[in-house]
Design a protein. Structure first.
Length: 268
């Protein structure tokens, strides 16, 4: 498999991707499933924004909401960094990176339709939802609204979008470690078989069948016979023209050689 991959040049890889994309755009089933996954991501984004609006908003205006005393509570924290408070103070750069990643993820959801593994699809959907949920906060507010605080272990305050990112990343790691290799081998085998079938079909079209060969032979024989007939007709026409060119006396002499002999005897 590695040897076959090395044989492909960069141009061939690009051409293959271009063909795959052109086929994908025309695939209605692909569009349906991808739009369904994006709809699920939109629902998760809506949940994230609603929890931020009501839970974060209440805690910011009033007080923390204690779920289990000493274990977990809702609070209000303005996060100017990434998930769980890392890279604080990098709102603009993190916003741009998150936006680019979100666009790439949406494209990958569409392109990776052939990998119909549920772990992969769920991970991509959740990661996309989490990334877009925090991007909205960064560009709209200049910070991300965090409100879930595990007081028992003094864990970093996070939000619903961070949870989607974490769970989606965990699912993706599980898929890569335990499922990706097997699925990639299966996909490579299917592609190889499809290429062999395509090559065989093309060869079958290029090589004429026995019926086509016999018809071509008959056609050649017919052409040769036609040429022979034409040449014979031409020869007959030439002979008739020669006969017409001779005088009547020459024709009579040619037809009655005995009379010529008698005339010669009379002269003698």
């Amino acid at each position: 498999m590695d040897k076959e991959k090395k044989k492909l040049s960069a141009k061939e890889v690009f051409d293959n991707l271009k063909k795959d994309f052109s086929v994908a755009v025309k695939d209605k089933k692909r569009w349906f499933y991808c739009l369904l996954e994006l709809l699920i991501a939109a629902v998760l984004i809506a949940v994230d924004q609603l929890t931020k609006k009501f839970i974060y908003g209440y805690c910011a205006e009033h007080e923390d909401i204690i779920i289990i005393d000493g274990v977990i509570r809702f609070t209000a924290v303005e996060n100017t960094g990434a998930s769980f408070g890392i890279f604080s103070g990098s709102v603009t750069s993190l916003g741009i990176v998150s936006l680019i990643c979100s666009i790439v993820l949406i494209g990958f959801i569409f392109y990776s339709y052939r990998y119909r593994n549920n772990w992969l699809r769920a991970s991509l959907t959740m990661i996309t939802a989490g990334a877009i949920g925090n991007v909205i906060d960064r560009f709209a507010l200049g910070y991300v609204r965090d409100m879930v605080y595990f007081e028992l272990i003094d864990f970093a305050v996070f939000n619903f979008a961070d949870s989607c990112l974490t769970i989606g990343t965990a699912l993706l790691i599980i898929y890569i470690l335990f499922m990706y290799t097997k699925e990639s081998e299966t996909l490579h085998k299917e592609r190889k078989e499809a290429l062999q079938d395509k090559t065989a079909a093309k060869t079958a079209l290029d090589v004429p069948t026995s019926e086509e060969s016999s018809s071509q032979t008959e056609k050649a024989d017919f052409n040769e016979g036609s040429e022979t007939t034409v040449s014979e007709k031409n020869e007959a026409t030439a002979v008739s023209e020669e006969n017409e060119a001779t005088t009547p006396s020459e024709q009579i002499n040619a037809q009655d050689p005995v009379s010529e002999t008698k005339d010669e005897d009379g002269k003698d």
